[in-house]
Design a protein around this ligand. Structure first.
Ligand SMILES: O=C(O)[C@@H](CO)OP(=O)(O)O
Ligand SMILES: [Mg+2]
Length: 416
């Protein structure tokens, strides 16, 4: 078999925040795969543990001594067997002994090595010969919350989706045009704006949440008109980060306003109606299933209500959400669950239940481009991976290359 693993190598590399992360190389008889793990700042409490206590340094020897000897001789294409072996080596429920970032980097490197062994791009190896759909990019324009500094909006991500774009290149350049326009619009509101950017390359404005919403939608309209395509605003509130569990309130520090769960439902409904939001992620705390359900039953026919911290790419938690009607979309981050096999199962469950899967980067990223291939292979209609910055454009530019390779490329079908 061409994909028999001959060596597994591991190294400590930088992520985009300057923190250490892990990169894994897998060599097969006939190929090579390399993958690195990202890391979050606004993490869900039920995500698998990224690294054990000793951090990346600890797992370097673990991979060299234990993981590589188990994997050498296995076929890289047997991805679920490899993921099973990794889980056995870890031996915990939450990957705390070797870390979900370690296992996901090995899992992705193995898949890439398998693809390379057969001379196939990863999206084709995983997705088959018929894949031809490109995801719409959810581009991050302004950053707040945990991805920014003090005085930024509480809402973590002001995103846009170029729903009218007819190809991926048009889509990513529409997003970058909005990003440029927003710099001017922020400057017009705040003459002290220095052009500072957050973890994901979006601007960090020192303005209220409402002002940020206004200029976000203004930019969508102006640039949309200029380019002749519809561009819709979207948000990731990452509301777990400003939920005060003692007060039972969502605390908007920038605005000096607190809202209980019922008021939060009304506030978010109002935002969706006022601005014609296409997509809203994590509008409630990760434990507030009721808030999620109430909002989804009110607006789920016109807006994607997407769960990130609430579901953490975990199929059991997603099943609970489906039962409760908590959302109609979910974020897919392989390192939240620690393997490609589990990621795949969660996407399948989502699709069977009409939940829109959204493959996503993390706020701490590397130039690894794997998620671009995953979005195409898994057929997710959206990919969240920033708009500019080296570690974000690594994925966007890969999508442009993939589009060029596909014989009959089309943009994905969107729900609204
Ligand atoms: O909340 C999110 O969706 C992500 C990525 O945008 O942030 P983090 O990686 O910090 O969890
Ligand atoms: Mg999120």
């Amino acid at each position: 078999m061409d994909s028999i693993i001959e060596d597994v190598r591991v190294r400590k590399i930088l992520d985009s925040r300057g923190n250490p992360t892990v990169e894994v190389d897998i060599l097969t008889w006939n190929g090579f795969g390399r993958a690195a793990a990202p890391s979050g700042a606004s993490t869900g409490s039920r995500e698998v543990v990224s690294f054990p206590q000793g951090g990346v340094d600890q797992i370097i020897s673990e991979v060299e001594d234990v993981i590589s000897s188990e994997l050498i001789g296995m076929a890289a294409e047997d991805i679920s067997d490899i993921d099973y072996v990794l889980k056995e080596i870890d031996g915990t429920d939450n990957m705390s002994s070797i870390g979900g970032n370690t296992t996901v980097a090995v899992s992705m490197a193995a898949a890439k090595a398998a693809a390379n062994s057969y001379n196939l791009p990863l999206y084709r190896f995983l997705g088959g010969n018929m894949v031809n759909k490109l995801p719409y990019p959810l581009g991050n324009m302004m950053n707040g919350g945990e991805h920014a500094g003090p005085n930024a909006p509480d809402i973590q991500e002001f995103l846009v989706v170029p729903v009218g774009a007819s190809n991926i290149s048009e889509a990513v350049f529409a997003n970058s045009a909005i990003h440029k326009r927003l710099k001017e619009l922020i400057q017009s509101k705040d003459s002290n704006f220095t052009g500072g950017k957050g973890d994901e390359g979006g601007w960090i404005p020192n303005i209220s949440n409402d002002n940020a919403l206004d200029i976000q939608s203004q930019a969508c309209e102006e640039v949309g008109d200029e380019l002749g395509i519809t561009i819709k605003p979207s948000l990731d509130l990452a509301a777990s980060e400003f939920w005060d569990k003692d007060e039972n309130k969502y605390v908007y520090a920038q605005d000096g306003i607190s809202r209980d769960s019922g008021e939060q439902v009304e506030y978010v409904k109002d935002i969706i109606d006022t601005y014609g939001m296409f997509y809203i992620e994590d509008p409630f705390d990760e434990k507030d299933f009721d808030g999620f359900s109430e909002l989804t039953s009110a607006v789920g026919d016109k807006c994607i209500i997407c769960g990130d911290d609430i579901f953490v790419t975990n199929k059991e938690i997603l099943a609970e959400g489906i039962e409760k009607g908590a959302a109609n979309g979910l974020i897919i981050k392989p390192n939240q669950i620690g393997s490609l096999t589990e990621t795949y199962k969660t996407v399948q469950l989502a699709k069977e239940n009409n939940y829109v899967p959204v493959v996503s980067h993390r706020s701490g990223e590397t130039t690894d481009e794997t998620i671009a291939h995953l979005a195409v292979a898994l057929g997710t209609p959206l990919i969240k991976t920033g708009a500019i910055s080296g570690e974000r454009i690594a994925k966007l530019n890969e999508l442009i290359r993939i589009e060029e390779e596909l014989p009959d490329p089309e943009m994905a079908d969107l729900k609204f």
